[in-house]
Design a protein around this ligand. Structure first.
Ligand SMILES: [Zn+2]
Length: 195
């Protein structure tokens, strides 16, 4: 999330009190995604739901190589007080001591929501070869009750610039991700911009 999107709580509160965010329309799936990608994205959404009841925001990620799950992580910013415990950065931080660079390069990171700039940086330094995200930034921002970012910086653009060796795909199964976000942010506007 960019600083511009991390507007103060009062902005979201006002919008939510005024009737909430308009329901976002899911974007079509990235046609480059496979049936296997859908299976693992389903798991990323499960991890996102898990996080909402276990001290985190609605974000989950997993690392997969050759059809095998190597690592999973759910956002745990609230339970740890560590602002770097996003699903993607948290996963890479927790598991990079155990996973060598060559393994990262041949793995796919599935993440329930398009990664922020911090997480793109971690993806870059890990050397992860492929990243698939579920829900795009725009409907995520809408679910928080924030206005559209007039100058969005997408993970496609960030990773194209800083990690051209990482293949980026998404969105995928965005309708499911939007439901998770809308359910969470409707009752937790106090966490907008903090998770
Ligand atoms: Zn992040």
């Amino acid at each position: 999330m960019t600083p511009r999107q991390a507007w103060p709580l009062c902005v979201a509160a006002i919008l939510l009190c005024a009737g909430g965010a308009a329901a976002a329309t899911p974007a079509p799936d990235d046609p480059a995604c496979s049936a296997e990608d859908r299976v693992f994205m389903k798991r990323a959404y499960e991890l996102a739901r898990f996080a909402t009841t276990h001290g985190g925001g609605p974000f989950g990620a997993l690392l997969v190589k050759d059809g095998k799950v190597l690592a999973e992580f759910s956002n745990s910013v609230l339970s740890t007080g560590d602002i770097t415990r996003h699903a993607e950065t948290g996963l890479i931080s927790a598991f990079s001591p155990k996973i060598d660079r060559a393994t990262f390069e041949r793995s796919t990171l599935y993440t329930s929501t398009e990664p922020c700039a911090m997480c793109c940086g971690a993806i870059c330094f890990s050397g992860i070869g492929r990243m698939v995200y579920g829900t795009s930034e725009a409907p995520f921002v809408a679910a928080m009750g924030l206005p559209p970012d007039p100058d969005p910086l997408t993970s496609h653009e960030i990773l194209r610039r800083i990690a051209p060796g990482t293949k980026v795909l998404g969105p995928l199964m965005e309708a499911e991700g939007i439901k998770i976000h809308e359910a969470f942010w409707a009752v937790h506007p106090e966490y907008v911009g903090k998770l």
